[in-house]
Structures are given as C-alpha cells and as structure tokens.
Design a protein around this ligand. Structure first.
Ligand SMILES: [Fe+2]
Ligand SMILES: [Fe+2]
Length: 497
C-alpha cells in the first residue's frame, strides 16, 4: 500500500483518488482471476460430486464452461473480499506478494483437504467404521491461519480464514458442518498465535486450540448428523488442533524463504551473535556494533512500554546500521581517538557517504535475506530527517544557492510502523546522549525530550500509528535506560590495572 496509513476514527484509511483506486481494483481483479482459474481447474478435476449439473446443457458440448463460470465467481469473491479489506481494514496490505502467498496457502490447504477426504477416508485400513464426512474435521486450517497471523497480522488471518474456509469446504465436502468447523477452528488457531517468539509457543498455541476444535467438531456433527460420528468428530477436531503447531512450524520456514517474510522465531535466530553480518559489524565497525546493541536495548524498553513488538525492535536495531560496514571510519561512533575524516571532505561528499548507509543497508538485508520487517526498518530508520551536522557546514553553500536544505535530508520513507518509529527515536537519542560527557540523569532526560520533540515537530512520525501517549511513554522508557547506562560508566582505578 502506498500513501498515508494514518487512520480515521473508524481505523480505515483516507480515501484514494479515483484513478489510483480503479488501478488498484483492476490489478486485484487480475490477480484474483489468475488464482481463481487455478481453483477452477482443481474444482473441475475433482468437483463433479459438488457440481453434478454444472454448466447445464452447455456442459456436454463445452466441458470447460463450468470451470470458466466458477473462475469468474471465485475471482469476484476474492477481489471483493480482499479489495474491501485492503481499503478499509488497517494492516491489510494488497501487495502482490501477500496475495500470492495467501493464494498459495489456500491452494496447499485445498490439496490437504483433498488428501484428507480421499486418501485417508477411502483407505481400507484407516477409514473402517468412520463416516467419510467426519474426516473433514481433520482439514488443517488452524495451522494455516496461525502461519498467516505470525507472518502477516491478525486482520489478514481472519480474512484468510473466511476465504480459505469457503474454498476448502467446497473442495472437500461442501457441507455446512465442514464449513462452520473450518471457520471456527481457523479463528481458534489464529487467536492463540499472538506472540510466538519460539517453537514451544507455537506448539502451545495448537495445544490450546485443540479443546475448542474438539468441542466445535463434536457439537456440529451432533447437530447436523446425530450421534453416529460424534466421538470421532471430537477426536479428529482435537488431533487437528494438536497437529496445527507442528504443521505451522513446518510450513513457516518455507514461506519465509519463498516470500521474504520474517517471523519472530526467525528474528530470534537472527539475533544470535554468530550471524555473518553481525560478526562483520563487530569486527569492521565496533563503534557501530556497540551503538546498535545499545539502541536495541533502548528500543526493546520502548516497545515494552507501549505494547509494541520488543523482539522486532531489538533485532531490527542490531541490523539497522549494517550499511555502515565498509565505510566505518566515516561515522562518528567509530572515530574515537582518530581524526574526523569529514574535516578534509566537502559537505556534499560527506552527505553522499552518510546518506548511502541506508540504501546499502537495504541492499545487504536483501542479500542476506533478513526478511521484510528488518529491511523496512533499515529503510525507514532515518525517515526524511536532516543531517544537522553537515547542514551546518554547508550553510555558506546554501546561502550562495549552490545547495539546498532539502539535499541534506535522508530520502525516506518515514517510519510506517510503531516499531520503526521507536528505533528512530532510540537511535537519535543514543547518538545525542553519547556526545554528552558524563551526563546526570536529568541531563539525559532533557536531551531525550529535546530529541523526541524535534523528531515529532519535523513530521517524521506522521505516517505511523504512534499516539502522543505512546510517544511520551517511549521517550520516558528510553531516557530511564539511557540514564542507567550513562550512570554506570565509572572510571576504572588506575591502580587496579
Ligand atoms: Fe543509521
Ligand atoms: Fe544508528
């Protein structure tokens, strides 16, 4: 989604202009048609029991007519459903990558549903004595809904659950109890995958969803078909819930590497000091490495203060300045005791070197597959803020109209998420306090407040969801941690060396 993501009272986005909206809708319709055609082929191959009279008398002469009609219906469903959500529901993006990811998952679910119903139910060894319809309670939608929630967000997971329920229920059995069970079990799975920083939490989310799935399956089976298969329905519902954690854990790494997402589990892996980028940062730019670790601690404290994602803040902060690798000596944190190389450079050249660390960071994040969330934060961590130090040096050039103030701004974009905004605040606060000599806690607090105010007044937080209350809480958390860090810097007695 481009444009401002600031929300109105209902949490929806401001209206787009007509051409942009039409273009977006046409693109979405195109994507929907493509994915619907795939579903239609599948329905056409396996759906004869669902659509026995599909295409009526035309079906005999043109067997594909039914599939074409179904393509149109499914495409309309997808484009209306996701088009409406993309316009009106915050956090639902309509990037082609996300749409492709969701459709791939739905397709995988379709195959899983087909396998469950056909292979297991019709296997003489497994299917004995169990009504075929009951196997629909094994369709692993809870696992897939959990994956969508962990890799994207809760709003998208609800949308996916509804769309995938309709598609997979139609493919598997087309019955009401199956559809209702899929809707309920998918929601139950997604609801329990809130923060998943490790594999254990993912497994526990499935374990917690299992009783809900079991009760839902048993109740639906009883209300629609009597007590013949209630016990099996309950058992299958529970098994579905219990297996959702392991299935989600198996699907997630594949989705992360294919679509460039980064779950919290992946972020935790990236936080290990053994990652080649962190090793290079530590060896080639030790000052930047130390700065990044401190910014990570500050950002984590800021995130905890307002209920943002602390894992994302800490890990993205570790990588936010990787673009400085290779040019370490141009950045003040690596210049301790040596001359400032910028003294011998023109402000224009200094500007180019400093600004390039954002672009270079984004490039390296792509090369090392750090995932979309870290990459976006690297791109946004300076927003469109000014290079104040070099702007001051370039004043004579600006007065002579040989340069403009705008040239000394980072290219952006501005922070789009609360986590990116927190890292921007922590980054600037750390740099400002580092320049103070043995600051007292009050001095730290005043400096952090001045930095927070400057960033706010410069409009850098205009495109993220940070409220003024959040801003205050983040500033306070950062200044408390920074004061503690500055306070513990004591001289080591010379006699002890
Ligand atoms: Fe930076
Ligand atoms: Fe930084």
């Amino acid at each position: 989604m481009s444009g401002s993501r600031s929300a109105n009272r209902n949490g929806s986005r401001p209206p787009e202009n007509g051409a942009a909206s039409r273009g977006r809708y046409l693109r979405l319709l195109g994507l929907s048609l493509g994915s619907a055609a795939v579903f239609a082929v599948l329905f056409y191959l396996w759906g004869s029991e669902l659509f026995p009279r599909g295409a009526g008398r035309w079906g005999g002469t043109f067997p594909f007519v039914g599939a074409v009609a179904l393509t149109l219906a499914v495409a309309l469903f997808l484009s209306e459903w996701f088009g409406f959500a993309g316009r009106e529901v915050r956090k639902v993006r309509l990037a082609a990558r996300d749409f492709l990811f969701l459709c791939s998952l739905a397709l995988l679910l379709f195959f899983a549903a087909k396998a469950v119903i056909d292979l297991i139910a019709e296997s003489p060894a497994l299917g004995r004595g169990v009504p075929t319809r009951v196997y629909a309670y094994l369709i692993p939608l809870p696992a897939f809904a959990m994956v969508v929630r962990v890799l994207l967000n809760s709003e998208t997971s609800i949308l996916f659950t509804v769309a995938a329920s309709v598609l997979s229920a139609a493919a598997a059995s087309g019955s009401w109890p199956a559809l209702l069970f899929l809707l309920l079990s998918g929601t139950a799975g997604a609801a329990r995958a809130r923060r998943v920083p490790d594999r254990y939490r993912m497994l526990m989310a499935g374990v917690q969803a299992a009783p809900v799935c079991a009760v839902a399956a048993a109740a639906l089976e009883f209300s629609f078909h009597g007590d013949g298969g209630v016990l099996w329905a309950g058992v299958f519902g529970a098994v579905n819930g219990l297996l959702s954690g392991p299935i989600a854990l198996a699907v997630m790494p594949v989705a992360e590497s294919a679509f460039g997402y980064a779950s919290d589990i992946r972020l935790m892996e990236l936080s290990g000091a053994g990652h080649p980028l962190l090793v290079r940062l530590m060896m080639e730019a030790p000052g930047t490495f130390h700065h990044s670790v401190v910014v990570g601690t500050l950002a984590e404290a800021g995130a905890l203060a307002i209920g943002a994602n602390p894992v994302l803040c800490r890990v993205a902060a570790l990588y936010h300045d990787i673009g400085k690798i290779g040019k370490a000596q141009y950045f003040s944190e690596n210049q301790a005791g040596s001359e400032n190389v910028h003294d011998a450079m023109s402000p224009g050249l200094s500007r180019a070197v400093i600004l390039s660390h954002v672009k270079e960071g984004v490039r390296m994040a792509g090369e090392f597959r750090l995932g979309d969330r870290i990459t976006e934060i690297i791109a946004q961590h300076h927003g469109t803020s000014l290079l104040y130090y070099f702007l001051d040096k370039a004043k004579p050039m600006i007065e002579d109209r040989k340069a403009s103030e705008e040239m000394f701004r980072y290219p952006g974009p501005k922070p789009k998420t609360r986590e990116a905004a927190i890292i921007m605040l922590a980054d600037s606060a750390e740099a400002a306090v580092r320049s103070l000599d043995r600051p007292a806690p009050r001095e730290v607090d005043e400096t952090v407040t001045a930095i927070v105010n400057r960033i706010y007044l410069d409009g850098q937080l205009n495109e993220c969801d940070l409220t003024l209350r959040d801003l205050h809480a983040v500033g306070r958390a950062i200044s408390q941690v920074l004061a503690a860090v500055a306070h513990t810097r004591v001289d080591y007695p010379a006699s002890a060396v």
